[in-house]
Design a protein around this ligand. Sequence first.
Ligand code: BGP
Length: 479
Amino acid sequence: MAKLPNNFLWGGAVAAHQIEGAWEEDGKGVSTADVMTAGTNKIRRRITDGVFEGENYPNHEAIDFYHRYKEDVALLKEMGLKAFRTSIAWTRIFPNGDEKEPNEEGLKFYDDLFDELLDADIQPVITLSHFEIPYHLAKEYGGFRNKKLIDFFVHYAEVVMNRYKDKVKYWMTFNEINNQADGQDPIQTWTNSAILVNEEENDEEVVFQAGLNELIASAKVVKLGHKINPDFQIGCMMAYIPIYPYSCDPNDMMASVKVMNRRFFYNDVHARGEIPDYTLKEWDRKGYNIQYTKEDLRTLKEGTVDYIGFSYYMSGTVSTLPDVEAQESVPEYPNAKMVDNPYIEKSDWGWPIDTIGLRYILNILYQRYNLPLFIVENGLGAYDKVEEDGSIHDFYRISYLKKHIKEMIKAVDVDGVDLMGYTPWGVIDIVSAGTGEMDKRYGFIYVDKDNDGNGTLERSRKDSFYWYQKVIESNGENL
Ligand code: BGP
């Protein structure tokens, strides 16, 4: 018997702002991603209050998928992809976000893209908000901290779900919604909920409010989507970094539970339709005044997700022991801090590479929610070298993915996890979300463009392209 189901969705993933470019074309409005400058490999990206001459805004052109999608879909087809995860840029449909009438040219672009994918036998898997919202909504309304955004988001979702109801079956609401749990990271707090926190406010309280507003918006969209087409599969999208205890000291174990809860909060609401007790206690203890109504609570209950989509790149480790070198302290448990895991290596960008962590989190999620799971991001960001003959020998990427796929198959075949599919990140080289640069490459398909924007944008096949083609062809048997 095959180890993976025959309808397993082998695919690849990207996001609109990291791939499309054409940031001002055909009626598109400015999105929060359009006002983000490039960072560097070491420094996180900066979000500007507008677009300024002389600054480098990598998402303006990205890899010009907007004009080249036919050529790109042909390559995806050649690889044998069964699913392609991308997002809709909200600003192509509603340039400012608060209009009543959508922009027809924007709708038309996605009609054409989805037709092209379906003709190639590739299912579109669509995220409604992947790290961007209309800039106008951030500037004028303060982003998702403002409850008005719930209605704007639901209206946008209603329009696109109606329009594409016969073309798109798989949907996700907010990308990596739980990344904002970390609070301190401007790219996450800004781009998904696009909030600005005033000095006198408590960051964590504002992030909780914005996050809950997004969860309410998501639940409304799930309910509505099922009315539009009962066959829709509508999921959430979480970032999972399993947190291990550094030692068997019970304090380390308890600290890992408390740090994980910070991420589980979002998933618990999405999947169980309730604000978990550990969060209600926390709000109470900290004196947070999070606004929600009885009707909001009903909405959460009625709009639980059909599946759990998640990204997996790395694990983390926590310790309370005094003599372990710390990376950062975490407030969830007395004396807890994040530490290095001596058993695992790191990528060129310092991301821990933990293949067994994927099997571990698949087990944890399936036991916790008993819902189908979908790995919608996983992959290795690495430097690639183009040889003189144009070939790219990315054996490190193949090795990374191969080991993760082996663990994924064990989770299904040995542990009985219900897994819908696997769409590795950055199937074609794109702008990195973290750095805004091109040289952190994930793709099976190389794109000729450097960090300064130079290059022909020409596409070429890496060694991993041919390898993944065989993996898909054999449904994961031939690794
Ligand atoms: C996830 C995001 C993606 C993506 C990926 C890799 O957090 O959902 O948008 O880019 O991480 O991150 P990076 O591009 O910073 O390497």
